[in-house]
Design a protein around this ligand. Structure first.
Ligand code: FEO
Length: 397
């Protein structure tokens, strides 16, 4: 269903309330998502991005009820990933000669996905496209936000930035705009999206926002490709991004563990008790990794100034859930965070050494040596865990 954004700009995307996982099963989407496509109808008609492939036919049907598809003069592909380009193959069957504006890397990615020689028009930052009625689209390349091909475009006179994935959230809503939704839900999804997708590119986020601000273009609206459109104080999300990109942390420690017979769980709880005894101001969150959502844990790690990671020893190593989450954490390149390891063992006892190595490989600063407990922690081991927690709590005070 077409919804007006401003003047002759409309949203023509798809809200996906049923989506529970994105990027295959890599990212949990508890609140669904949307694939935002936009239609500009000036003297020229422009379609900005499309929707994910499962919705291609519905998208084309809905769009063709609004306009004669042959009237689309230009398509802008801000990003080649399938959730935004997925309807192009079906659309281009109907309007095969329509020019597609994208970056040089966008051509490479689109050809890589669809193996078609569509009528590509490559752009560079600063290039413009006249769309009539005195309005232009200005293109701004945004490489690695979050793919090499990513770009923004800006509509003059209406003062709209089409930012694609940047500033998005996986958040289904029937209300288009940021001022019409629950702010707690909105920012929960926005920070999860940043933590899980954009963290590795934080230096580029800062650079791109500063570059956009230096262009001194008036900004009324940011149209993202997922979730709400920012029309109420649109710079608020850019300001949040500048904070999140600057080694963001709150006064929080996150304790991640896996456990087989609850010994490592008991260690986690007793270390937490020790932290609380000496540092009552710090937020402590405990997650049993095997029964928790990994993307939610990543968000908590993003917010933390320190993490503790624990596993029992099994087969001279750690439980595979721990290597899984540590690989996610390594890949996200978190900066300026402290860490330590803990775990139970019966005989060989390699888990703490192995977790410590994983933490170092992920560039955490080790606060202290890890702590081990033999078998099910006895009273003495429990006291040691509390003392260990006190030590951590004092370091983080
Ligand atoms: Fe929403 Fe990178 O695709």
């Amino acid at each position: 269903m077409k919804k007006n954004v401003k003047n002759n700009v409309s949203w023509v995307g798809k809200v996906d309330w049923e989506l529970k996982n994105f990027h295959g099963h890599e990212y949990s989407t508890h609140k669904g998502s949307s694939y935002n496509s936009y239609l500009i109808q000036e003297e020229k008609t422009v379609l900005i991005d499309t929707v994910w492939k499962p919705f291609d036919k519905q998208f084309i049907k809905d769009l063709s009820e609004e306009i004669d598809l042959k009237k689309i003069d230009y398509i802008v592909a801000n990003h080649a990933e399938i959730d935004h380009s997925g309807a192009l193959p079906e659309l281009m069957k109907l309007i095969p000669d329509t020019p597609i504006y994208c970056t040089t890397r966008g051509v490479k990615s689109l050809k890589g996905h669809y193996h078609q020689n569509w009528n590509f028009k490559t752009i560079k930052t600063g290039d413009t496209l006249d769309i009539g009625n005195g309005k232009q689209l200005i293109f701004i390349e945004a490489p690695m936000l979050h793919w090499p091909d990513s770009m923004f475009c800006y509509l003059t006179v209406d003062n709209i930035l089409f930012s694609n994935d940047a500033f998005g959230q996986h958040y289904a809503t029937e209300h288009l705009f940021n001022d019409l939704v629950d702010q707690g839900e909105l920012f929960t999804e926005a920070i999860k999206y940043y933590a899980n997708i954009l963290t590795p590119f934080s230096p580029l986020v800062i650079k791109k926002i500063k570059e956009f601000v230096s262009l001194d273009l008036p900004l009324d609206i940011i149209c993202t490709s997922h979730g709400v459109i920012w029309r109420d104080n649109p710079m608020q999300i850019a300001e949040r991004y500048l904070q999140w990109a600057d080694n963001y942390q709150e006064n929080q420690i996150t304790i991640i563990y896996d456990t087989m017979w609850n010994g490592t769980k008991r260690m986690a709880e007793k270390i937490s008790e020790g932290i609380q005894k000496v540092n009552s101001g710090i937020t402590i969150k405990l997650y049993h990794i095997s029964i928790s959502d990994k993307n939610d844990i990543i968000t908590e790690v993003f917010k933390s100034k320190a993490v503790l990671v624990g596993s029992p020893t099994i087969n001279k190593g750690v439980l595979s859930s721990i290597t899984g989450i540590m690989e996610e954490i390594r890949g996200l390149s978190f900066k300026n965070k402290k860490a330590a390891a803990f775990g139970t063992y019966g005989w060989s006892g390699e888990s703490v050494t192995m977790i410590t190595k994983l933490l170092e490989d992920a560039h955490f600063e080790l606060m202290t040596d890890g702590i081990k407990a033999e078998w099910n922690p006895n009273d003495n081991a429990v006291r040691e865990c509390i003392l260990y927690g006190e030590k951590i709590g004092k370091i983080l005070a």
